[in-house]
Design a protein around this ligand. Sequence first.
Ligand SMILES: C[S@@+](CC[C@H](N)C(=O)[O-])C[C@H]1O[C@@H](n2cnc3c(N)ncnc32)[C@H](O)[C@@H]1O
Length: 245
Amino acid sequence: MTISTPSGIPEGVKKADFVHALFNAIAKRYDLLNDCISFGMHRKWKQEAVSRLNLQAGDAALDVCTGTGDLLSLLLKTVGTTGSVTGLDFSEEMLAVAQQRYASFVQAKNPALTLVQGDAMALPFADNTFNAGIVSFGLRNVTTVETAVAELVRVVKPGGIVLNLDTCPQVLLPGFDIYFSKVMPFFGKLLAGNQSAYQYLQASSKNFLTPEALQHLFTQCGLETVTVKRTGFGSVAMVYGIKGG
Ligand SMILES: C[S@@+](CC[C@H](N)C(=O)[O-])C[C@H]1O[C@@H](n2cnc3c(N)ncnc32)[C@H](O)[C@@H]1O
């Protein structure tokens, strides 16, 4: 199916419903697709993002929009056996892949790994629960980015880091536009049998906040020393700050 709206979402369909159905549909192929569309680079970006969270052994870490839980292994390694890691997502199919992937951790509780089905815009956690919170390739999928950022800041302890890793709407490297508009949807169709998923991915990336706009939003939401670090030839950015108070 070809979707021609600027958002990549069919007319009259709520964004949350579209995104939820889309990730449920591609869950089993998501990791393979991710490797193909980023040429495996997402692994390096995720490692760098986790290293910027300043987590210590024994800490509690939160991964919002965890999907198949790609980041969870990095967080588990960082907080060690005395720490705890929570992954939250609203797609039950993405979480089912994560559940299978981390079955031994979920059972052993050493370190404690909890997978939660929930909404990034209404996190089911008390204020000041986590030492750090991260979102990777998730924020641009939520209906109201401001609400999701405010929620993430709310549940992180003062002094803790909140970090977003995502693609940038304006890519500095020539040729990336063709890559996003032609190559990525082609991979999507080939591997997932779902070209509309990757048309949406391209549109959501183009329509997402610039790193500088997100930096401003982070500051408005109570984060201090908010920093932007671009990588992947400027195609990806980490925006992160420290919760004040
Ligand atoms: C592109 S995937 C990213 C998965 C993972 N973080 C990664 O980096 O590979 C985006 C994820 O965000 C989830 N998502 C989108 N909107 C959400 C919301 N409002 N609440 C919770 N999860 C949401 C989707 O279900 C999907 O699993």
